[in-house]
Design a protein around this ligand. Structure first.
Ligand code: NOJ
Length: 565
């Protein structure tokens, strides 16, 4: 018998450390639900759909940035850290979201962007109007150029989105002047994290949202804040998002220590923020830190630093038994060495959706995306593997992240035309890297309504592919074997047996070579990576990705079963 779903914070008594086992659902606000019909999702849209998320059985929602922003990088360019972007609503809408989510036992996690602001932030405008060497300039990374007339960038750093990481300004008197650093788009100037004023400002921003009831933060580019003194050149060309796997699945060439990724000095900032969070009950922060190997990433979650960090090593692993088993072992070991829970994630707004990604043996580099000219995915294979990967992930001990739409089995939009693309990566590389828009398309709610129920006017800021109607939530609701019902069952059983707080023991002795099985509490998770079906070990079948599978039946290729042995 399954237990009824929880509707209150029963596990959240102070000290309960809810984040250790939580399933956190990522909302990309532009694309979740549009309340006012302008084609861009918003907070009232989110609030109106909370019941669907409560039914899904998640513990918390992380919203990608809701703060005021000219939206040059979809909100990751903040112009006011203490206000809500009008496209998304108001502070009152935010308060209502926190309250209504709370009534359903769901916490709201904010996205904080401390590495850079928008060029429209008041501080940056002040810096442009001020003189070189002034206090206003010192909040950012302004430097004189090299060359006779300062016409060359201060160093060779490249933007993650392509092109140089420096832009030269015109001074207030009309002459060509200093350069400022932007590790991302030129509309996103990097802060100077050596400046105490910047540190104090962010302490205060954290408190602002914690006071308003935010359960914590996902911290953007948590590994990039501190730059090496003197800003030396990058020796090897490694200034992309942070040393993830290349398409050949080998770590890219990297410099160690890199002049701006994963510097030691960041840990001091981590500790400072942890103290702020510890002033409040039950809050947590998760680092977006693309640092490898996992032993290094684990240093971000030592007891006085972050609570969690995204496990990008897991996300980067292809559908391969050996590699997955190895990364699971390594994650559990490295995180437990520092007393932190492992976290698991397969998709987010920066990567190709896993229901598409896993259909490929060779996946484009993170951030590059898939365009119409790329080899198109095998949709059925991707969906099969995507569902299997989710069922594998949700059986693991620790915290898990679910990206909006993955509970529908939603694929990447792989044929978006250049004319509708919005990711700065596309423009900064002249279309060479198509970027991340394909995973950010507004999600489908109903098959027959305009914009598949995303927006009542039918407007959508990115076009949805026709195929999205097959994935609409309403069409999956209550349908045996649908991806939505699969996720609901997985989350319910996960909660019922407290798998998030459990532990893992390999039981490959129970399955043929080429498959794997692990025990977490009373649940045996069996995954078939081979092309051959095999008989399931004996026991009660709790959940499965395979339509029509019976207890002790045959588990087919790329299918998963959870059994109570
Ligand atoms: C990481 C975010 O996830 C991504 O979407 C954004 O473009 C960069 N950081 C810059 O803020």
């Amino acid at each position: 018998m399954l237990l009824p779903m929880q509707t209150t914070f029963t596990e959240s008594k102070p000290g309960a450390e809810w984040w250790r086992s939580a399933v956190i659902y990522q909302i990309y606000p532009r694309s979740f639900a549009d309340g006012n019909g302008d084609g861009i999702g918003d907070i009232p849209g989110i609030t109106s759909r909370l019941d669907s998320l409560a039914e899904l059985g998640i513990d918390a929602i992380w919203c990608s940035p809701l703060t005021k922003s000219p939206q040059k990088d979809a909100g990751y360019d903040v112009s006011d850290y203490r206000d809500i972007e009008p496209l998304f609503g108001t502070l009152q809408d935010f308060d209502e979201l926190v309250a209504k989510a709370g009534e359903r036992g769901i916490r709201i996690i904010m996205d904080l962007v401390p590495n850079h602001s928008s060029e429209e932030h008041g501080w940056f405008k002040e810096a442009l109007a001020a003189k070189p060497g002034s206090a206003a300039r010192n909040r950012y990374m302004f430097r004189d150029g090299k060359g006779e007339n300062g016409e060359l960038a201060p160093n060779n750093w490249e933007s993650v989105f392509g092109g140089p990481a420096w832009t030269r300004i015109t001074e207030a008197d009309g002459t060509l002047g200093q350069w400022y650093l932007h590790i991302f788009d030129k509309s996103q100037p990097d802060f100077n994290w050596e400046n105490p004023e910047v540190m104090e400002e962010f302490d205060s921003v954290l408190r602002f949202w914690l006071d308003r009831g935010a359960a914590g933060f996902r911290i953007d580019v948590a590994h990039g804040l501190v730059k090496e003194e003197g800003l030396p050149d990058v020796v090897l060309n490694d200034s992309t998002m942070g040393g993830q796997q290349g398409p050949d699945d080998k770590p890219k060439d990297r410099v160690s220590p890199h002049p701006f990724w994963g510097r030691e000095g960041v840990h001091e900032i981590n500790r400072r923020w942890r103290k702020v969070l510890d002033e409040y009950e039950d809050r947590a922060m998760c680092a977006e830190a693309w640092v490898m190997p996992l032993s290094r990433m684990a240093t971000w979650v030592r007891p006085d630093e972050y609570h969690q960090t995204f496990n990008f090593a897991f996300l980067d692993t292809p559908w391969d038994k050996q590699k997955l088993q190895a990364v699971i072992d390594e994650s559990i070991e490295e995180f437990s060495n520092v007393g932190a829970p492992p976290t698991w994630v397969l998709s987010n707004h920066d990567v190709i959706r896993h229901a598409t990604r896993l259909s490929y043996d060779q996946v484009p580099k993170q951030g590059d995306g898939i365009g119409p000219d790329y080899e198109q995915p095998d949709e059925a294979k991707g969906l099969r593997r995507g569902r299997a990967a989710s069922a594998l992930m949700l059986g693991l001990p620790g915290g898990a992240y679910v990206y909006q739409g993955e509970e529908l089995g939603l694929p990447e939009h792989t044929t978006l035309e250049g004319s509708v693309r919005q990711d700065p990566t596309y423009f900064r590389t002249n279309g060479e890297r198509v970027g991340r828009d394909g995973c950010r398309v507004p999600i489908p709610w109903t098959a027959s309504e305009p914009a598949f129920g995303f927006s009542k006017t039918g407007e959508t800021w990115l076009p949805q592919p026709e195929s999205f109607k097959n994935y609409a939530r309403a069409a999956q609701e209550g349908v045996v074997g649908s991806t939505l019902e699969l996720y609901k069952s997985l989350l319910q059983v996960r909660k019922q047996y407290a798998l998030g707080n459990g532990s893992l023991q390999w039981r490959n002795d129970l399955v043929p070579a080429g498959a794997f099985a692990f025990q977490n509490g009373p649940v045996l998770v069996v995954v078939n990576f081979t092309n051959e079906p095999f008989a399931l070990p004996a026991g009660e079948l709790l959940v499965t990705t395979q339509l029509g599978l019976a207890a002790e039946g045959h588990l087919e290729a790329d299918q998963v079963a959870w059994i109570r042995a």
